[in-house]
Design a protein around this ligand. Structure first.
Ligand SMILES: O=C(O)CCC(=O)C(=O)O
Ligand SMILES: [Fe+2]
Length: 308
């Protein structure tokens, strides 16, 4: 089963031309499926292709070269997290993936520098840094536009999220799921989970596998049109809205037998609040959880998924 029949892409340009219509589009998509599909996002396809090519070149490097980019004790927040480390919350088996994380570049002496460490860049792939950094920036801007629409949907001022996400601890994840060998019984490319952050922007995964859990308890493949972005609600937005916008459970299933030998690459951008933002349920709505700073909440969740 796929969601393609349900999906009506929201052009991101609507945020500038008709904010109320954009807000209604996101509200409707989140209420129906928990995901919005976004077209006309303004991110140059050439840039996406260059970043994808650099990502593939990095993951093709020998294992010992790649492992030089692991940051011991860094919770996987920058550089490489090797295969078999991250496990979805509550899952015993690790996911069948490796990934590279890029964070926001802060000026020297910035107050968040203690919790937002500098990036690592692989010297072996010169095109990696310029293309991947430009992609981070482009996704950051697209995410800010989506948040304007989401704010209006929630009855807030359009610029409500500007301060909470200023210098936010967002992360671009370059994911590589290698071919799945037959002996990986019981393990899955990415176990069922909800994202930790505010919203996630996922750039077109070339190889199928992403599924989301519907309100009816059925898993469905997401079949977004090529070139579109998928946007889903994470646990921080769920917490802020007192669960009015629930975060979406999703997973990446292993390929069909004839595609077991094919790797999968995908690129989620996890949009985060600034580390010292106090996430407390918006006034006037349901109060489901206690207030917590974004950084304390992130640390709690990194322990849950075995990155710390
Ligand atoms: O690979 C994908 O399509 C999704 C990955 C994902 O859900 C995640 O890394 O949180
Ligand atoms: Fe996810």
């Amino acid at each position: 089963m796929t969601l393609s029949a349900d999906i009506k892409p929201i052009p991101l340009s609507l945020v500038d031309t008709d904010l109320a219509a954009a807000a209604a589009g996101f509200g409707d998509a989140f209420a129906r499926t928990g995901f919005a599909v976004v077209s006309d996002h303004g991110i140059d396809q050439g840039l996406i292709d260059r970043a994808n090519a650099a990502t593939k070149a990095f993951f093709a490097l020998p294992e010992d070269v790649k492992r030089a980019y692991v940051v011991p004790g860094g919770g996987g927040q920058r550089g490489l997290t090797p295969f078999g480390i991250e496990a979805a919350k509550g899952h015993a088996k690790a996911d069948l993936k490796e990934f590279w994380h890029v964070g926001r570049e802060l000026p020297a002496g910035h107050p968040y520098a203690d919790v937002m460490p500098p990036n690592l860049w692989p010297a072996e792939v010169p095109e990696f840094r310029p293309s991947v950094w430009a992609l981070f920036d482009a996704l950051d801007q697209a995410g800010a536009k989506m948040l304007r629409a989401i704010a209006v949907h929630l009855g807030l001022a359009p610029d409500f999220f500007v301060d909470p996400v200023r210098d936010g601890n967002s992360i671009l994840r370059l994911l590589h799921y290698p071919p799945v060998p037959p002996e990986t019984a019981g393990a899955i490319r990415a176990g069922a989970h909800e994202d930790i952050n505010v919203i996630t922007l996922l750039l077109g995964a070339e190889e199928a596998g992403l599924q989301l859990l519907g309100k009816d308890g059925q898993w469905r493949f997401i079949d977004a049109p090529p070139g579109s972005l998928v946007c889903n609600v994470g646990d921080m937005l769920q917490r802020l809205t007192g669960h009015r916008l629930p975060s979406t459970t999703h997973r990446v299933v292993n390929p069909a037998p004839e595609r077991m030998g094919v790797p999968r690459y995908s690129t989620p951008f996890f949009l985060h609040f600034r580390p010292d933002y106090l996430i407390e349920a918006l006034p006037g709505g349901p109060q489901e959880e206690l207030a917590i700073t974004a950084n304390d909440y992130l640390m709690e969740r990194l322990r849950d998924i075995k990155l710390l």
